[in-house]
Unconditional design. Structure first.
Length: 158
């Protein structure tokens, strides 16, 4: 859990900055010109939400994929002394195979890509909650759904 918090800060801070830039560029404020009587409506909110969801989702997937592909650990996992390995796999210095890292990152953060709409965001949030809680009742390996799909397990390395 602490590893996810560390990774969340690493990914979320740049996402907030990029999201603010997207919003500043795309969204126009409503206005009224008293001299001409022209009213301009706010626009670009949906586009900004869509772009932010896509950029955020792709960023999260890329971070998880690249880090696990390289050494089987994100920065948070390194700090906590844990590593992702394939079920029945080894604890060598190499990372996960490309397809395994892609499956794990896709299931874990793929729902972030649809967080541009309130209803879709709610669905993605429920999935994320179920995914995280799944390991509490999964026996004997205590895998979350993204681990089950990718056939991986998180192990202690120090």
């Amino acid at each position: 859990m602490v590893a996810r918090i560390i990774d969340g800060v690493i990914v979320y801070v740049p996402f907030l900055i990029i999201s603010a830039i997207i919003t500043a560029v795309v969204v126009t404020n409503a206005g009224y010109d008293a001299e001409t009587g022209v009213v301009t409506l706010e626009s670009g909110v949906f586009l900004a939400a869509l772009l932010s969801a896509l950029v955020g989702g792709v960023g999260m997937i890329a971070y998880e994929f690249l880090m696990l592909r390289q050494r089987g650990q994100t920065f948070g996992k390194m700090a906590m002394g844990i590593k992702v390995v394939q079920v029945g796999g080894t604890l060598g210095p190499e990372g996960l195979p490309q397809d395994v890292a892609a499956k794990r990152a896709g299931v874990l953060f793929g729902p972030q890509l649809i967080r541009f709409n309130l209803l879709l965001s709610l669905i993605a949030g429920i999935f994320a909650l179920v995914n995280a809680l799944w390991l509490l009742w999964d026996k004997p390996l205590s895998q979350a759904l993204h681990d089950k799909v990718a056939k991986t397990i998180v192990v202690k390395v120090k």
